[in-house]
Design a binder for this molecule. Structure first.
Ligand SMILES: [Zn+2]
Length: 307
């Protein structure tokens, strides 16, 4: 499930560098969002607003967070980084990348910018290993991994500003407690629906589905092709559609940020067959925090399976 990440950064300084992400990679576009002045605060740059939101929760008012990718409506398969983004990385104290091939542009820009920032790699911190040669890099859908990254963020912020150690520790504990609540919510779905079959269009939700004890019946070749932006072979498409038309699955979990004609065909088939659809995204939707976002995802999954 590792995307064929194509990172190409222009060698020209101070000019826009065009970077194409792998299929799995999330939306881009627009300029980085920043929260206020950096004066006296710890400057944090995160590749997506998922890690950015967690860093803000741990750092509170002591951090200024810039999330490079945050627009859920932008083309999920291309991302245009700017000189502004590279400048933010150059000035950062802490950089959080997802890793696992998801956002290779960060490492490229870290190198190009000459930043002295500490760099956290969420996939490395998670300890997740490839399964059958495939690494699922969407570790923010795995709560145990999120706990580890939250602890690493708290440690990195403490190293940057030791006087605030108690604050970071308290904020991290509060966040971990909320993540434990998500685990309980997911466990309730598992208690009711473990063993139920589901289909996916792209591997973004797989850790969450595993946590609920659900069985992903999608042909691996289907979701791998969507993630890598390849054509789905006709026979693979046929067996994927058959899961829906024959009601072999209880729900379709649909990645709204990795869409194209082939995912539309699958979505249409689910709708026509009356199979409940659970939309999911790569990045944090507007108006949500990580915790409220995941709570909504789990609630949507649970009610689809209840149908
Ligand atoms: Zn993805």
């Amino acid at each position: 499930m590792r995307p064929a990440s194509r990172a190409a950064v222009s060698a020209l300084v101070a000019v826009t560098a065009l970077i194409a992400l792998g299929a799995c990679a999330s939306s881009g576009g627009g300029s980085p969002t920043s929260s206020g002045s950096t004066s006296g605060r710890i400057a944090v740059v995160a590749s997506t607003n998922v890690w950015g939101d967690l860093a803000r929760s741990v750092g509170g008012s002591t951090v200024t967070v810039t999330s490079i990718i945050s627009d859920p409506n932008a083309d999920p398969h291309s991302y245009e980084a700017s000189a502004q983004t590279e400048l933010a990385i150059a000035k950062a104290t802490l950089v959080i990348e997802n890793g696992g091939g998801y956002d290779d542009f960060v490492a490229t820009m870290v190198k190009a910018s000459g930043t002295k920032a500490r760099v956290l790699d969420a996939v490395t911190i998670s300890g997740k290993q490839p399964v059958a040669g495939q690494l699922n890099e969407h570790v923010w859908y795995d709560f145990a991994s999120v706990d580890k990254v939250v602890a690493a963020i708290a440690a990195a912020l403490t190293a940057a500003d030791p006087a605030q150690a108690d604050l970071f520790s308290a904020n991290a504990s509060a966040l971990t407690g909320q993540v434990a609540g998500l685990q309980q919510q997911l466990a309730a779905v598992k208690a009711a629906h473990a063993g139920a079959g589901v289909a996916i269009t792209e591997p973004v939700p797989v850790y969450l589905l595993d946590g609920a004890g659900l069985v992903d019946k999608t042909p691996a070749a289907f979701s791998a092709a969507i993630e890598a932006q390849n054509d789905v072979p006709p026979a693979v498409m046929q067996s994927t559609l058959a899961l829906l038309t024959r009601h072999d699955v209880a729900a379709l979990v649909y990645n709204e940020q990795a869409v194209g004609p082939q995912t539309s065909t699958v979505l249409d088939a689910a709708t026509r067959a009356g199979v409940p659809v659970v939309p999911v995204t790569e990045t944090l939707p507007a108006g949500k925090t990580y915790v409220t976002w995941m709570a909504s995802n789990i609630a949507a999954l649970g009610s689809a399976l209840d149908k």
